[in-house]
Every structure is written in structure tokens, then in C-alpha cells.
Design a binder for this molecule. Structure first.
Ligand SMILES: Cc1cc2nc3c(=O)[nH]c(=O)nc-3n(C[C@H](O)[C@H](O)[C@H](O)COP(=O)(O)OP(=O)(O)OC[C@H]3O[C@@H](n4cnc5c(N)ncnc54)[C@H](O)[C@@H]3O)c2cc1C
Length: 429
């Protein structure tokens, strides 16, 4: 049981990391270990799988822009990722609208495409209620009129399971990659770099490395080169017992499926004029609630990232909360989308965001110990997945920078701790 690289976690980050390691270290032997019975069984399967390249943080933009371009190529090569460029429509009240218009100068510098919509057009095409001030519920919630909307065309929806399958199938074709499912990592073996052969090693003064992982039941796997932890929301709990931090922590997130089962709801879902599919873009209302179109099932997926008051907590089997929908999400949605007043979800699910402190992924080598942490996807690990995997693999083989598909250079250190390109991300949804 000895490999060059051990990757803990077969979610999108573990899979893309393995995929890029194959390219960057040809011939290396890799094992991907997951406690689940198959790939992408963690938060990757819980994702809304919406994608966009619009981020305020430049590194997030680079990661997203690269990954979306890669996915587009995969889709165009005939492997269906369910990608549809329906766009994202961010709707703003007066105050934010002024601010965002100024922020667009940054987007112009990056050559990022966008379209601006006035409130009247949004109302006409989608049936969205843009004038809410004066309504009792708007007063209660402190909600304001929609002043305008920003549409990002390089954005849309895809299928997370198809994306994960793409990487998994590619990896399965290589003799150098093994998968160990139903294999829970319970700990790590820490050994001295220069063993003395004395009982009780490693002593505190010895230079140590993480040599491998221990599985439930006691079996050990050794890594000749690196152990890479890409265990999503579970990462901090796996690492804290050995004194390593992922600088990320989990927060529960929920999705509720609302069927477009009335003419008004269908009109909103199959809104004309925003994209070539005549499907509503991903809608983000001024209060932060979102509706992600799911045209195949004639529905929207609705969600909201509640922050203050929602604990950092990992639930092994998170369930959606009825009261969160009834008293939280439903009033927020139906205020701006009156067609969905009284709508009850036909299904729902819950997972976790693995949140870093600044909304950027955290990819670094802990204590030069041959242990690489790849965490903190902060709710956008699908849409940045390829680039995060590339950066993680690059760090594992000792590269300082990588070329992205659009010609940009990504410094791996920008995702780390010491050269971190720290910039607040304002567009976590
Ligand atoms: C409700 C919701 C909506 C989202 N919407 C979007 C979106 O629209 N767009 C987007 O880009 N992202 C979205 N995300 C975020 C996205 O799903 C995550 O960023 C991404 O899936 C993280 O991938 P990962 O590989 O880091 O984690 P995971 O997919 O969770 O993979 C981690 C793996 O590690 C395994 N593991 C954990 N502990 C152990 C252990 N001890 N031993 C062995 N294996 C272990 C788990 O079984 C799991 O398979 C959403 C997330 C949620 C919850």
C-alpha cells in the first residue's frame, strides 16, 4: 500500500487534483481515498452547479474564468456536462446599483462581458415585482425596489455529477490511478525525516513529515511524495487532531425545488430575451435569495445563504429545514417573484459550504510536512474546480506558477498563506 500521492476525497477537488497530477507528474502512482461508496458523494452532489466568471476578487475571477473555459471545451468536444450559458442576473436596489455601476470599471479592465437591464425590462420579461416599497412585507424585511440588473453571459448552469464523471472516467482510464471507496481516513502517520530507530519517535525536536494515512480498521497507506487532503467540509475536523488548520469551516446550505406549475411561473422560467435557450437566467434578488432555473424538471431551485446566526457546524447527514423555507426563504422569494407566492417545495436537500475567511480557496503545504491542504471552496468549488485542482497538483509537484487556458498566469502562492492575494470577495452567493 504505497503510492506517490494519496488524495483524501473524491469530490470535484480531489478528482481534478488527481487529473492534473497525472499530467504534471507522468508515471506517478496516485490513490484517491473516500469514505463514500463512489465519487462525488459529498457536497459535489449537493451543489446547485451554477457557474459564473464574475467575482470581485481577481484570483477568484482567474480560477472561474479558466475552469468555465475548460468546461466549455469539454462540452464542445461532445461530453455533455449539461452546460447552458443562461447567464446570471444580479438585481440591485438603488444604493447597490450605484456602487455596482462604479465597480464595473474593474470588469471593463478585465474585458468581462456584461449587460445592464433596467427595472422595467426585468419586470416585463420575467414578471419580477420591481416595486416593493410600501408593501407591508417589504417594510418588515427592509427590502427595496429593484433599480436595475447586471447580466453576466459567461455564466449559467451545469450538472455537477456529469462534471465529476468526466474527471472520474478519465482517471479510470489510467493504470496509475487507483480508487479506494468505503475507506474512511481516521488519521495520519507522522514520522521523522531521519529516523533514529528509537522507540517513541518522532520526538518534538525531530523534523517530521506526514508519511501516509490511517484508515478505519487500522490499515495504513503510505505516500512516497505527498498526502493531499481535499475532503471538503470535513477537512478541518480531519486536520485539527494533528495540529493543522485548513482555515475553512462548514456552514449549512439548503436548496428547495419549486415547480413552475402555473402559467405565471412557467413564464418566468421560460423567460424570453436573455439567452438563446429562452430560459430564465440564474436570478439573484437584492435580498440575496436566488432562483436557479432547472428547465429539465420545469422548476427553479431556490436558496439563500444565511450568515449571522447560522453556526459553523458539520452535520454528517444534513437535512433541509421546513421553517427555514416557510419563514425565511419563501417570503424573500415571493416578495420579488409574486408568481411563487404560496409555492411549496416538491423536494429539497442540504449540504455545506466549506467557507474560507476571504472567499478564496486555501491551497498550501502545512509545515513543509508533505501534507497539502486544498480547502475553502466557499460555495464555488464546482465552477472553479479545474483551476483549484490544477493549483493543488502544481503545489504538489513543486511548481510556483501555472498557465491558465486563457493565457493568464496563476501563482500557486496566491492561494496559500504567505503570498495570499487577499482581497475581499463580495460576490459569494
Ligand atoms: C447547497 C449548495 C449549493 C452549492 N451551489 C454551488 C454552485 O452553484 N456552484 C458552485 O460552483 N458550487 C456550489 N456549491 C459548492 C460546491 O458544491 C463545493 O464547493 C464543492 O462540491 C466542493 O468540492 P470538494 O471536493 O471540496 O468537497 P466534496 O464534494 O464534499 O468532497 C469531499 C469528499 O471527501 C470525502 N471525505 C470526507 N471525510 C473523509 C474521510 N475522513 N475519509 C475519506 N474521505 C472523506 C467525502 O466523502 C467527500 O466525497 C454548493 C454547495 C452546496 C452545499
Amino acid at each position: 500500500m504505497e503510492y506517490d500521492y494519496i488524495i483524501v476525497g473524491a469530490g470535484i477537488i480531489g478528482l481534478t487534483t488527481a487529473y492534473h497530477l497525472l499530467e504534471l507528474d507522468p508515471g506517478a502512482r496516485i490513490i484517491v481515498v473516500d469514505k463514500a461508496p463512489g465519487p462525488a458523494s459529498g457536497d459535489t452532489s449537493k451543489s446547485a452547479a451554477a457557474f459564473r466568471v464574475f467575482f470581485t476578487n481577481r484570483v477568484n475571477f482567474l480560477l472561474a474564468n479558466h475552469s468555465v473555459s475548460v468546461y466549455r471545451k469539454i462540452q464542445e468536444s461532445g461530453y455533455d456536462l449539461g452546460m447552458r450559458f443562461v447567464g446570471y442576473l444580479f438585481m440591485y436596489d438603488k444604493e447597490k446599483w450605484e456602487r455596482i455601476r462604479m465597480g464595473l470599471r474593474e470588469a471593463d479592465k478585465r474585458g468581462l462581458e456584461y449587460e445592464l437591464y433596467d427595472a422595467a425590462t426585468i419586470s416585463e420579461r420575467l414578471g419580477v415585482r420591481v416595486e416593493v416599497e410600501g408593501l407591508e412585507e417589504a417594510e418588515l424585511m427592509g427590502a427595496h425596489n429593484i433599480e436595475g440588473g447586471l447580466l453576466i453571459p459567461k455564466a449559467g448552469i451545469m450538472m455537477a455529477d456529469r462534471l465529476a464523471s468526466y474527471y472520474y472516467e478519465k482517471l479510470r482510464q489510467s493504470e496509475n490511478v487507483s480508487f479506494a471507496f468505503n475507506s474512511k481516513v481516521t488519521g495520519f502517520t507522522i514520522t521523522p525525516r531521519e529516523p533514529l530507530g528509537i522507540a517513541g519517535e518522532p520526538f518534538p525536536w525531530q523534523d517530521k513529515r506526514v508519511e501516509g494515512v490511517v484508515l478505519e480498521g487500522g490499515k495504513e497507506i503510505k505516500a512516497r511524495k505527498k498526502v493531499i487532503v481535499a475532503a471538503g467540509a470535513w477537512t478541518p475536523f480531519l486536520l485539527w487532531p494533528i495540529g493543522v488548520d485548513s482555515f475553512s469551516r462548514p456552514k449549512k446550505r439548503q436548496i428547495f425545488v419549486l415547480k413552475a406549475d402555473t402559467p405565471e411561473r412557467r413564464r418566468m422560467l421560460f423567460a424570453e430575451g436573455f439567452n438563446r435557450y429562452n430560459v430564465s437566467p440564474m436570478l439573484i434578488f437584492p435580498n440575496g435569495a436566488y432562483m436557479r432555473p432547472s428547465p429539465e424538471e420545469s422548476a427553479f431551485w431556490a436558496g439563500y445563504s444565511d450568515e449571522l446566526g447560522r453556526p459553523f457546524k458539520l452535520e454528517e447527514d444534513p437535512v433541509p429545514e421546513e421553517n427555514f423555507y416557510i419563514y425565511g426563504l419563501h417570503p424573500m422569494i415571493s416578495l420579488y417573484a409574486p408568481a411563487f407566492e404560496g409555492a411549496r417545495p416538491t423536494s429539497s436537500w442540504a449540504g455545506h459550504y466549506d467557507l474560507s475567511f476571504d472567499g478564496m480557496p486555501v491551497v498550501y503545504e502545512a509545515f513543509e510536512s508533505d501534507l497539502i491542504v486544498s480547502a475553502g471552496t466557499s460555495g464555488s468549488g464546482i465552477l472553479k474546480g479545474d483551476a483549484i485542482g490544477l493549483a493543488t497538483a502544481a503545489l504538489a509537484v513543486g511548481l510556483e506558477e501555472v498557465q491558465l487556458v486563457d493565457g493568464e498566469t496563476l501563482k500557486v502562492g496566491w492561494l496559500g498563506l504567505y503570498e495570499r492575494a487577499h482581497e475581499k470577495e463580495h460576490m459569494i452567493i
